[in-house]
Design a binder for this molecule. Structure first.
Ligand code: GDP
Length: 140
């Protein structure tokens, strides 16, 4: 297994409920290291660029409004097999389907307000990390 980096976002429903630390404890307990991190308040346009792949979906407007509604924490997680490990710790998109103990099972409020984002492949991880961080900000 290779050492990978993946983009993680702690979404507005979670920052609003002061869950950043509890969520990051799960990532760190799984062996993922936070090698870059910042708290930002996205505009709806910036959220739209990030989620451009979903722009034809019926929930796009709801999703981008939600992502711009409160601050988010954007971060880069590093570790062995980090992309799939992160998604395993996150749990399924819909919290009703998420395995017990996962972030979404414990904290997500709905399929839309589901507490965390994680890149789904090496190519998307590279693009998503570069959207928020310069190379100098990644401190492994
Ligand atoms: P993820 O990779 O598990 O985050 O899931 P997707 O890439 O399929 O969807 C991206 C994000 O869009 C999800 O995390 C949700 O926040 C949102 N989303 C997906 N499906 C729905 C839906 O049916 N309704 C709403 N409101 N939001 C959704």
């Amino acid at each position: 297994m290779a050492i990978e980096r993946t983009l993680s976002i702690i979404k507005p429903d979670a920052t609003k409920r002061n869950l950043t630390g509890k969520i990051n404890a799960k990532f760190e307990d799984a062996g993922l290291r936070i090698v870059a991190q910042k708290r930002i308040h996205l505009t709806k346009a910036q959220a739209g660029v990030f989620y451009a792949v979903h722009k034809e979906r019926p929930f796009f407007d709801e999703l981008t409004t939600f992502m711009a509604s409160e601050p988010v924490v954007v971060q880069v997680l590093e570790g062995e097999d980090a992309i799939s490990k992160n998604r395993e710790v996150m749990g399924a998109t819909n919290p009703a389907d998420a395995a017990p103990g996962t972030v979404r099972a414990e904290f997500a409020e709905s399929v839309g307000e589901n507490s965390v984002h994680g890149s789904d492949a090496p190519e998307t991880a590279a693009v998503e990390i570069a959207y928020f961080f310069s190379g100098l900000e990644l401190v492994g």
